[in-house]
Ligand binder design. Sequence first.
Ligand code: MD6
Ligand code: FE
Length: 208
Amino acid sequence: MTTRVELKSGVVYFPGLLARVAQEHLRDEIYTAISEAQLFQSTMPRWGNPMSVKMLNLGTLGWVSDKSGYRYQKTHPVTNASWPPIFPSLLKIWDQLTNAYAPPEACLINYYSATAKMGLHQDRDEDDFNAPVVSLSLGDTALFRIGTSERAGPTQSIKLQSGDGLIFGGPARLDFHGIDRIYKDTSTLLKEGGRFNLTMRRVTKPNL
Ligand code: MD6
Ligand code: FE
């Protein structure tokens, strides 16, 4: 049985969605993808300061950020190769949590070292806001903050642990959110420590 906690309308938290063996399997698939396609360092629009998080995408489209802005593109910004495919195990989780909404085109893999964080942001580079974003966490625990569609709105915080799932959609789809901190050495899953967050996204509007 999967525990389902509605944090607010549109945001559903699934603590312990993935059992340890499923986490290990997913971790190994991520390591393989990284060894074949390398993590890259994103930079912020305009000024080009490096982000503390390292990234890789799976799927036909991947999210990238550099001096010219945020966008989805078909290729890796460093190697120009196509992104590796989204793992079948991830597509199954997407179907389970979204009730088989049209399949995701992008899975963004974010790697956080113990000191990395992610500022409050909205996910708004997709054309389809009807689809939720599905998030999975692996490795060290993170403090996730969720606000409202206004940057200065009230926020709530939740600790995301290894194996937790989250879906972010409906009336909350454009709410600000971010990662305030990583709790070092809270998981034994990743040999180098830190945390992976995977977010699966539908980018284009499906043909109905
Ligand atoms: C993270 N997550 O958990 C960052 N975005 O590391 C996100 O930015 C996020 O968890 C959209 C939907 C769900 C998320
Ligand atoms: Fe986000």
